[in-house]
Design a protein around this ligand. Structure first.
Ligand SMILES: Cc1ncc(COP(=O)(O)O)c(C=O)c1O
Length: 420
């Protein structure tokens, strides 16, 4: 009988457990020597000691497992990666039983995204990208990728007819990268239908989902047919606003191997301490997400009825155009809400300057509530015409709803709206 304390036994055991149990326990046993530490230890070291020159040479050549140098691998980082495998990968149906779900941790969400693109595309290749994405992802496409000779074509991925036209027009495309729900308009793409469409037309195109707004607790793109899922762990996965990080999880070994080359040679691995902080955050992800979602729905319903609010963007609202799709694809609607105020930018500024409880800051997914103005902050680098064509106006305000008492959030919003 297999030893119930062995890492292999525990890996299998926890894979059968529920999400909350996996978030707490999965990975904790990986690469950790038996010093009886209850929580996975922080290996805050740049390099690792070899027992002998022979052992060092064998680890370097891959004949023997072992750690060399933290940019190349670190037990605390491995623990985080193992946990993400268990959170994103439980129900994934693998076409090839020899391929496993694997994750790589990065120094930021942008490092995860850019490394994934570099794993997929070379000079002269085309990447298809969602037309509304986080500002830095857009900027990456316009600057770094353009300089490297990677052609980016944008499409509204929630419109499958448009996606079909684009993938047929670009037979050499290597990947399609999109967010769902999107930052900041909360548009939702049907991952199952898009993956089926792409695989039917051109299986060479890899489907990459930035699932930062949803987290693996609410949505698991690999189970829905995507090849790669990326997250900024800075957000809900870390959860406390104390770390910048990223992760990619994939069912495609070739993508993982090429992304690992990027980590190794470009050098975008996370620090062990940051990986540890994300791991600590993940332990409470399910309970935090429940509260983020219920508070967000309460606020979205309040804003929907408010005379000073023109429009609310939240897929949890019944008349939101993505409501039915989000209900099918996600287990809840998330903690992000955007809205247009009557009076546009000036009114929005007044609201952001006087609101209590909410902190005026970019980023999202923290335990406490944040408020920001996408057109002048997170999405300022997106050209105005493009922003406006996508429906991202100057009056749009984005809130990351925290886990405070909902009554305090409601009254803070109500008081701030009364001033405009
Ligand atoms: C959807 C999305 N993806 C990626 C990123 C980039 O993550 P990071 O800031 O950790 O590099 C962000 C940051 O806000 C984001 O909102």
């Amino acid at each position: 009988m297999e030893d119930s304390k062995s890492p292999k036994y525990r890996e299998q055991f926890y894979l059968e457990c529920g999400f909350a149990t996996r978030a707490l326990h999965a990975g904790e046993h990986v690469g950790q020597p038996q010093h009886a530490s209850h929580t996975g230890a922080i290996y805050q070291t740049s390099t690792f000691v070899f027992d002998s020159a022979t052992e060092g040479a064998e680890i370097f050549s891959g004949e023997r497992p072992g750690y060399i140098y933290t940019r190349l691998g670190n037990p605390t980082v491995l623990l985080l990666e193992a946990k993400l495998n268990a959170l994103e990968g439980k129900e994934v149906k693998l076409a090839d039983p020899n391929v496993r779900v694997s994750s790589l941790a990065f120094s930021s969400g942008m490092a995860a995204i850019s490394s994934t693109v570099m794993a997929l595309c070379s000079a002269g290749d085309t990447l298809i990208m969602g037309d509304v994405v986080y500002g830095a992802t857009e900027h990456l496409a316009q600057t770094v990728l353009a300089r490297l000779g990677i052609n980016v074509v944008e499409v509204d991925t929630s419109d499958l007819d448009a996606v079909e036209r684009v993938i047929k027009a670009h037979p050499g495309a290597k990947g399609i990268l999109f967010e769902t729900p999107t930052n900041p308009l909360l548009a939702v793409t049907d991952i199952t239908a898009l993956a089926k469409l792409v695989k039917g037309v051109n299986p060479e195109i890899k489907v990459v989902v930035d699932s930062t707004f949803a987290t693996p607790y609410l949505q698991r793109p690999l189970e829905l047919g995507a090849d790669v899922v990326v997250h900024s762990t800075t957000k809900y996965l870390g959860g406390h606003g104390v770390v910048v990080g990223g992760i990619m999880t994939t069912t495609d070994d070739a993508i993982k191997d090429r992304a690992y080359e990027v980590i190794k040679d470009v050098g975008c691995s996370p620090s062990p301490f940051d990986a540890w902080l994300v791991n600590m955050g993940l332990k409470t992800l399910p309970v935090r997400m429940e509260r983020h979602c219920s508070n967000a729905l309460t606020l979205a319903r309040f804003l929907e009825e408010h005379p000073k609010v023109e429009r609310v963007y939240y897929p949890g609202l019944k008349d939101n155009r993505y409501h039915e799709l989000a209900k099918r694809q996600m287990s809840n609607f998330g903690g992000m809400v955007s809205f247009d105020v009557v009076g546009g930018l000036e009114a929005g500024r007044r609201l952001m300057d006087c609101i209590e409880v909410f902190t005026l800051a970019v980023s999202l997914g923290c335990v406490d509530s944040l408020i920001q103005h996408p057109a002048s902050m997170t999405h300022a680098c997106v050209p105005r015409e493009k922003r406006e064509a996508a429906g991202l106006g100057d009056g749009l305000i984005r809130i990351s709803v925290g886990i405070e008492d909902s009554t305090d959030l409601l009254s803070a919003l109500d008081r701030a709206l009364a001033t405009i």
